[in-house]
Ligand binder design. Structure first.
Ligand SMILES: [Zn+2]
Length: 430
């Protein structure tokens, strides 16, 4: 993507009002591009929370219904290419693309320039390691590099080995120069992040929404999709393995065995459906946690602080009733301000400083807050791994974060206390 047009992103967890916000930005000069790895499938509508027909009538949507349920091997690169094409198309018509979705893996392929990173990603299977586990192999060729990685950090481990294969140089020699910062594609963007103030309320909303989806056609949709993909059950990365469907495999199994005809089902079916719903709620909540982590780790910590801090707005809300006042109204003001800044060619400037005085009704993410995040992240950072042993507890710790956690832990403190008592006893005996 060579152009430098204005792009808006609406990010955040599942069930946090992204769709609602995307339909209500005020000025009618934009179209929506969905960034959701589930909504790309045709006929998977309800459990993927795809925009309804009415919503699609109200605002033009792209990025949905791209492929058949049976399709295999659709990957992020294809998605990215299609989306970039769409973005350019909209911009050439004078429309602003508003990218909305929870698949952060997709969003970052547009927000960041990842050409380099993409070239580096290799599968362990591609490497011929003489039957050794990648981590063991790395330890053998370059112990210094292995020391710095967590054994589970497969991506970095594989990339290091690949680097060694390609260049013949030791990965540890390049580690120090390696920066993990993601390169922003352009400064002409705005990110809106609606967020539930309380996690408990998000869980209530997720629960409510899942039950609603299942009751309003979702159950039937699940059964139909399982039926259609009957002989593609083990397809990797297909819709059956995604959140919203995979939790219900037992329901379908029983449905098929028992010869029931939906909607005429029995108690056992209801029971399994309930179990599936509970599993889905748990999995969705775990997913929302990862979504937030991504925003913090990749967006806040891996890009230039001042550029992000002046372009990312977290809009916290307390309930459905206050969503309009706490999210939609401020977002409309910000959106209109940013459209103006873009027209005046001020948005692209690195030194842009939003006058926070005019926006003091929203909780701003300040550069200071980001710096604090970054410090915590640095402690956790896997490039900083250094192993240390607590002899008292006989425990090996990876990196400064684990070390700090361990010395603060009750387990360690108990062992210290036990040790003190042991020493006292010894002294008495002596
Ligand atoms: Zn210890």
């Amino acid at each position: 993507m060579n152009n430098n047009g204005f792009i808006v992103y609406i990010i955040g967890t599942t069930a946090s009002g992204k769709t609602n916000l995307s339909l209500n930005l005020g000025i009618d000069n934009y179209e929506i591009i969905s960034c959701d790895s589930m909504q790309i499938y045709k006929d998977a509508n309800i459990m993927t929370a795809k925009a309804t027909a009415a919503e699609q009538m109200f605002k033009k949507h792209h990025g949905i219904d791209l492929i058949d349920l049976e399709s295999e091997g659709f990957n992020r690169k294809q998605w990215k290419n299609m989306t970039i094409q769409k973005i350019e198309q909209l911009q050439s018509k004078g429309k602003i693309p508003v990218l909305v979705g929870g698949t952060n893996y997709y969003i970052e392929s547009i927000l960041f320039n990842q050409e380099k990173e993409e070239q580096q990603v290799v599968q362990a299977a591609e490497l011929n390691l003489n039957g050794k586990e990648p981590y063991e192999y790395l330890k053998q060729i370059d112990p210094l590099a292995a020391e710095k990685f967590h054994p589970n950090d497969h991506r970095r481990i594989n990339n290091s080995i690949k680097y060694y294969f390609n260049t013949g140089q030791l990965p540890s020699e390049q580690l120090d120069h390696h920066s993990d910062q993601c390169q922003l594609r352009s400064n002409n963007f705005l990110i809106l992040w609606p967020k539930w103030k309380k996690k408990e309320d998000l869980k209530i909303k997720v629960t409510e929404r899942i039950h609603q989806m299942l009751h309003q056609g979702g159950t039937e949709e699940i059964l139909k999709i399982f039926e259609r993909l009957e002989n593609k059950k083990n397809q990797i990365g297909g819709v059956l393995q995604s959140i919203g469907y995979r939790q219900f495999d037992k329901v379908y199994e029983y449905y098929k065995q028992s010869g029931l005809q939906f909607p005429y089902v029995d108690e056992k079916f209801q029971e399994l459906l309930k179990e599936g719903a509970e599993k889905l709620i748990d999995d969705t909540m775990a997913y929302t946690k990862r979504q937030i982590q991504w925003i913090k780790n990749r967006m806040l910590c891996n890009s230039k602080i001042d550029i992000i801090a002046n372009r990312l707005f977290q809009l916290e809300f307390e309930s459905d009733q206050t969503f309009k006042e706490q999210v939609i109204v401020p977002a409309q003001k910000i959106y209109s301000l940013f459209c103006q800044l873009y027209l005046e060619e001020k948005l692209g400037q690195e030194k842009l400083n939003i006058n926070f005085q005019n926006l003091n009704f929203i909780s701003i993410i300040t550069p200071e807050m980001i710096k604090k995040y970054q410090q915590t992240q640095k402690l956790k950072s896997r490039t900083n791994w250094k192993k240390e042993v607590c002899e008292l507890c006989n425990k090996i710790m990876n990196g400064p974060f684990e070390i700090e956690q361990h010395f603060k832990s009750r387990y360690h403190k108990n062992n210290v206390q036990k040790n003190v008592q042991l020493q006292k006893k010894k002294q008495k005996i002596d």
